[in-house]
Design a protein around this ligand. Sequence first.
Ligand code: FPP
Length: 253
Amino acid sequence: MTSPAVPPAARPETRAASGQESAGPRHVGIIMDGNGRWAKARRLPRIAGHKSGVEAVRKVVEAAPDLGIEVLTLYAFSSENWKRPEDEVGYLMGLLKQYLLSEIAELDRNGVRLSFIGDYSRLSPDILALLEGAKTRTAGNTRLRLVIALNYGSQDEITRAVRSIAHDVAAGRMAPDAVTPADITARLDTAELPQLDLVIRTSGEQRLSNFLMWQAAYAELVFTEQYWPDFDGESLRRAVEAFGVRERRYGGL
Ligand code: FPP
């Protein structure tokens, strides 16, 4: 894999230094939380919340390009979500399959390029084949990059990056003291994506839960009380607006 000479997330100066502080976020990450509580409030099974969550995914994917968003990273399944009951895990995987099968044509028509981050090793061969197919089919699209985080966890991602550096050091390709943050950034699953500008979490929880923790070093955080199935294009617009009034200093004055 070729890495960018200066990986995007290692360039905290980008927007501040270029005087573009008021520009909207290019890369937005969303922690789609609250599907279960949304369902519980309606006396529905939890899986009904996940099903409605897919509708919210459709709405934000449709709204994102018009808000100037270039990359949208969605936390669909964390490396910790395997701890959920087997039937819920199976349902979530089924929803994802169904989403890819039924939406791919429309996503492609709308200029959406699909990518995936996370550790693929635990995913079933049929899902892997779907991911590969979706990536290949949409590779030339440029209107929106939709990144789905699947079996993803930041600590796992950083561990994989560090392991790869350790291999290079052990093989004499790299000197231990020469390792920089940019070397770690270049080995993350997000290496080829622009720096993360904004993280949104729904359902009132205020934590990162192992989502893009390295990449979020200088990201703005927006928390909303809405449960994920209630989130829509207007909610995304409000989050982007909240981002627009933040002053990003990247540690400077
Ligand atoms: C968190 O709600 C949500 C998830 C663990 C899954 C998110 C998945 C989807 C929205 C559907 C599939 C995604 C795509 C991209 C098609 P929760 O169950 O933790 O809610 P709770 O905290 O209220 O229990």
